[in-house]
Design a protein around this ligand. Structure first.
Ligand SMILES: [Zn+2]
Length: 457
């Protein structure tokens, strides 16, 4: 296949590729029958890789109605939330509390909405509540004897399921597939051809699930997983919580075991204490340039040298400055604000820093994340840490790093490279000033066109 009229770092190029890039030249003549994609002068980039996100949580949230939202205060506003939910099939409500509209059983949810299957999860996570359409869809009455399925005096199911998450997930396998495919398509629309799922709960079973979705072509991204001790391949993710730090000997034993199995290490650190704790735990093992600090939300100058010594990459999320910036300004001390989600300051001292989304907790759109790294403005337009701003190119380079070693040079459009690419709607020099407005014209994954913008007019 050919892409013609593309802008590669300011020069017009055409490229020929199958699963890898075979040729790059000023111009290439199509062979008989060869498909040609006209980039119309748009910037050509390697496919983006989100270095830190939680895929399944993002997929779930994208199709959930938040019943715990402050605007949902009564059965009237709950009805409105459900009635206005996009789509025409399943609705998944989350964060419900009975202070909104009382205990929910099938009849009560039917009164709010009965033309679509609905399931609502209690805020505690212990109960799912289904309406009649949902009960019919999964044939719940046939499972009335299953422990956890509530029945009334006549033996009819009430729609309430207690602690049956795994069972319900099995019944809804096709629903999950729809979510996976939809999120994969959203990622493609941003030019994302890979991601690292950083959930500490990932196991070999999760890896098999992702592999299955990829082989079914539901998922059109490369996947790197980190996870716990039950994951054989990929970094060991250690979630530190400064109020409940593990005994150091227990942790170092885990680190040594992971290292012996050839695994890199990744520490979730949002506070100064957590970062110090991670650094001292790392004393127990040989440094490895694949090791990472996730978030690094607070980095004081005194730890920068330690980060550098241990060859740690910091995987940061400037998107939080935009998304939660006002709350940070209200809740954090001036000292913390000055050291929040730093980038330029620690990079200048020789520490490798890359940006990522942490979706669904931070904004998923990489162009919004890149913009946030560059401008560091909150929703209300306040700037947090002006000295920590970085160039748009530097932020983008984070998405182009090799996912298995963030310290290695970024991927590039080069002969022999895997044909994961995106074409932007504009040349790079025009995107540079406002990356948040960047729009992708087309995304190629493994040599195949997986996304094309609708309005090519
Ligand atoms: Zn995360």
């Amino acid at each position: 296949m050919l892409i013609v009229n593309a802008d590669l770092e300011g020069s017009p190029v055409a490229i020929r590729f199958d699963r890898r890039i075979n040729d790059i030249a000023f111009d290439l003549t199509p062979r008989i029958g060869e498909p040609v994609f006209d980039a119309r002068g748009g910037a050509l980039l390697p496919g983006l890789h989100d270095q830190h996100m939680h895929f399944l949580a993002t997929a779930a949230l994208a199709h959930s109605a938040d019943c715990g939202d402050a605007r949902v205060t009564s059965s009237g506003s709950l009805r409105q939330l459900l009635q206005q939910h996009p789509g025409d099939d399943w609705i998944r409500g989350v964060n419900y509390h009975e202070s909104v509209a009382g205990e929910l059983q099938r009849a009560r949810i039917d009164a709010l909405i009965d033309h679509r299957p609905v399931r609502i999860q209690h805020r505690s996570g212990k109960v799912w509540m289904l309406n009649s359409a949902a009960i019919e869809r999964i044939d719940l009455q046939a499972f009335a004897d299953l422990p956890g399925v509530e029945v009334d005096a006549e033996g009819a199911v009430t729609g309430r399921l207690f602690r049956l998450d795994d069972w319900l997930r099995q019944q809804l396998a096709s629903d999950l597939k729809t979510d996976v495919a939809a999120l994969s398509q959203t990622l493609s629309s941003y030019g994302i051809t890979g991601f690292t799922d950083t959930s500490a709960t990932n196991t070999d079973d999760t890896a098999a699930l992702f592999a299955d979705w990829r082989s079914q072509r539901l998922l059109r991204q490369r996947v790197v997983l980190m996870g716990g001790d039950q994951l054989s391949d990929g970094p060991l993710k250690i979630v530190l919580d400064e109020d409940a730090l593990p005994p150091l000997p227990v942790l170092t034993k885990r680190l040594r075991r992971a290292r012996a199995a050839g695994r890199a290490l990744a520490f979730h650190c949002v506070t100064h204490v957590e970062l110090l704790f991670a650094l001292s735990a790392l004393d127990a093992v040989e440094p490895d340039r694949r090791d990472r600090i996730e978030h690094g939300a607070i980095v004081y100058d005194e730890v920068i040298e330690l980060l550098r010594e241990k060859n740690l990459s910091v995987v940061t999320q400037p998107g939080f400055l935009w998304q939660r910036g006002e709350r940070y300004l209200q809740d954090l001390s001036a000292l913390e604000i000055d050291h929040l989600y730093r980038h330029a300051g620690i990079a200048a001292a020789g520490v490798n820093v890359v940006v990522s989304s942490d979706a669904p907790y931070g904004p998923l759109n990489p162009w919004q994340v890149i913009d946030a790294a560059n401008r560091r403005v909150t929703r209300d337009g306040n700037v947090i840490g002006a000295d920590e701003r970085i160039a748009v190119e530097t932020a983008l380079a984070g998405y182009l790093r090799q996912p298995d070693c963030l310290a290695a040079p970024p991927r590039s459009i080069a002969i022999g490279a895997i044909a994961d690419m995106c074409v932007m709607q504009k040349p790079w020099r025009k995107l540079h000033n406002a990356p948040v407005d960047a729009a992708v014209l087309a995304t190629f994954y493994d040599g195949e066109l997986v996304y094309q913008a609708g309005d090519r007019g």
